[in-house]
Ligand binder design. Structure first.
Ligand SMILES: [Fe+2]
Length: 428
């Protein structure tokens, strides 16, 4: 038995005649194959038990197990091994039958031509490689299918995990956004409870008007927030300017007051999420006829939110005035708004707002309110009048919803400047 272990493919030659084995061996060894030889069927099978054989070339007629029986057995044991038969012309019929039964890949006739023999053997080896390659690709495809299946199910899981993370982040961002708004409105209230209360009432009315006009939900929210923060630019102004009516201001005071929309915009524009809101704030004192400030915008050039806030703002100043200013009834205030349709205000929005006021009259004026003692005040009640101290300091403005912090504030003031005993709250 010869062995050349450097080669890749193994060939088993089986013949009971040594000289034929030697002749075959000589031809094929030069082609770089690893060659095994056997002189009987049984010896061949023993070799195959130990070695992985790519191709077996067996004589047909041998004592004991003949070539057909041997190749049939090889087919059973290692179906991938390429099986070839070496035959004389006399065995042609038997050999053809073996080929037809699929037991033999090809036959080679004795005597053979060396070159032809090499070609046939190489063709057989190539066939073996094709089968192996095909099997490898098939297994690879199956493996990849399994991986893909796994990836797909993981992907679904990953997508839903990622969606949940994004949702959480979005909620956090939303929460941060409302925190920012809360901080700023808190600052406003600290500066002036009147301005804080006024902003909240204007925000509620502006939201309702925006909804009635049919603006998209996002825009309605922007308008509500812009109304809450509209006068943030006045935070640094002296109180005496804020308490005066516009016609009572001197030239310097007026110029300062007219800067509050752009100051508000500047203060808030660092926060990306507030960019649309900043624009509404900048233009909340523009007039429909173009005579407002700061940019003398007119008509539809003024953002819708600014046009809405301008109307709600004016109404609240009339019906819930600062300190000693004259208080208007809702009907009288409506009359004033009507007079300004097309001048200060967008006429379409004014008429929509007047329609709206019919439904919410009690909310803007404190009508349908009841008088209670300050000691009966509880969280959640809505004020229908300002809460002031006996010395006249405004603590909590009309329209506010009572919160724990408000009750604590009243309690703190009881010791230094007690709060008036009777107040109005909304009855529903
Ligand atoms: Fe303003």
């Amino acid at each position: 038995m010869n062995d050349n272990s450097d080669t890749k493919h193994t060939i088993l030659l089986v013949d009971d005649e040594e000289n034929i084995l030697n002749a075959l061996n000589r031809v094929l060894r030069r082609e770089g194959f690893r060659i095994f030889t056997a002189t009987s069927g049984n010896q061949a099978l023993l070799t195959m038990d130990k070695e992985k054989i790519t191709l077996i070339l067996s004589d047909c007629r041998m004592p004991g197990m003949d070539g057909i029986a041997l190749l049939a057995e090889v087919r059973k044991r290692t179906p991938d091994t390429i099986r070839m038969m070496l035959t004389g012309y006399a065995d042609m019929e038997t050999s053809m039958a073996a080929i037809n039964r699929g037991e033999v890949y090809r036959f080679i006739t004795k005597p053979w031509n060396d070159d032809e023999l090499k070609l046939i053997i190489k063709d057989g080896i190539h066939q073996y490689e094709l089968v192996q390659e095909n099997r490898y690709l098939h297994e690879l495809t199956q493996k990849q299918n399994l991986i893909l299946k796994d990836l797909n199910s993981n992907l679904e899981q990953k997508v839903s995990e990622r969606t949940r993370e994004v949702e959480m982040l979005f909620k956090e961002l939303e929460q941060n956004f409302f925190d920012v708004v809360r901080v700023f409105t808190g600052l406003m209230e600290l500066k002036s409870p009147y301005l804080g209360g006024h902003a909240k009432r204007v925000a509620a009315l502006s939201r309702r008007l925006a909804e009635k006009i049919g603006l998209p939900t996002d825009e309605v929210l922007n308008i509500e927030v812009a109304a809450l923060l509209q006068d943030i630019g006045t935070l640094g102004f002296p109180d005496k300017i804020l308490k005066k009516k516009e016609n009572e201001l001197d030239i310097v005071e007026k110029a300062l007051l007219q800067q509050h929309p752009s100051l508000g915009q500047t203060a808030l524009q660092q926060i990306k999420k507030l960019s649309d809101i900043c624009l509404i704030i900048r233009h909340h004192h523009e007039r429909y006829d173009g005579l407002g400030y700061p940019d003398n915008l007119r008509g539809e050039m003024i953002p819708a939110g600014s046009r809405i806030i301008a109307i709600a703002d004016s109404l609240d100043i009339l019906v819930n005035p600062w300190e000693s200013h004259e208080r208007y009834s809702v009907d009288r205030a409506i009359h004033e708004l009507e007079k300004e349709a097309g001048k200060s205000f967008d006429p379409n929005y004014v008429y929509k707002f007047i329609e709206l006021l019919k439904d919410v009259k009690h909310e803007v004026t404190g009508a349908d309110s009841i008088e209670i003692d300050i000691s009966e005040l509880k969280e959640g009640m809505i004020l229908a009048s300002d809460i002031k101290t006996r010395r006249g300091l405004l603590l909590i403005a009309n329209g506010e919803v009572m919160q724990t912090s408000h009750l604590a504030k009243i309690k703190n003031f009881q010791r230094i400047d007690p709060v008036v005993t009777k107040i109005l709250v909304r009855s529903h």
